[in-house]
Design a protein around this ligand. Structure first.
Ligand SMILES: C[S@@+](CC[C@H](N)C(=O)[O-])C[C@H]1O[C@@H](n2cnc3c(N)ncnc32)[C@H](O)[C@@H]1O
Length: 143
């Protein structure tokens, strides 16, 4: 998928969900972080183990970067939106879901990128929350 299409799909999701407090697993090049920060007034915590997160310092004071692996380094807090886009193998996605469900506020949203990938789809399809949207490869559920 083209980056512009991915970014546009994220913005559609953000406008539907209207998140105020977000947790993101997988910062990478910061596209999802920027989409969130540029299209909401909420705060964002990104968890990613990579060293070369040069993007992180420029994301502003509403953003916090935790250098570490999910699920071990996830913050102990509640969020109204959790965006899961870290490791994409079945076991990791399952572990992310298990760890993130208790962090989701009532009526909160959990979204996944790369729903077209078989491992991600398999893990995500086992979620028992209500599916509320699918934009490109981004699929969202509400608690
Ligand atoms: C597809 S990229 C994320 C893209 C980002 N969400 C965006 O839209 O720009 C996946 C990222 O997940 C990170 N990652 C891999 N395993 C992880 C884990 N267990 N916990 C947190 N992040 C992980 C990788 O280092 C990589 O930066």
């Amino acid at each position: 998928m083209e980056h512009q299409e991915y970014y546009d799909n994220l913005i559609k999701v953000i406008k539907k969900v209207k998140p105020t407090k977000e947790l993101e697993i997988g910062l990478a090049w910061g596209e999802s972080a920027q989409a969130f920060l540029n299209n909401s007034e909420g705060s964002l915590i990104s968890v990613d183990p990579e060293d070369n997160m040069n993007i992180a310092p420029g994301l502003g004071e509403r953003h916090t970067y935790i250098k570490g692996y999910s699920p071990q380094s996830l913050p102990n807090d509640k969020f109204d939106w959790i965006y899961v886009d870290g490791a994409h193998d079945y076991g990791s996605v399952k572990a992310d879901i298990k760890a993130c469900l208790p962090l989701l506020k009532k009526k909160g949203f959990m979204c996944f990128d790369d729903y077209n990938m078989p491992d991600v789809r398999r893990a995500v399809d086992e979620i028992t929350l209500n599916k509320v949207s699918e934009e490109g490869n981004i699929v969202c559920f509400q608690s």
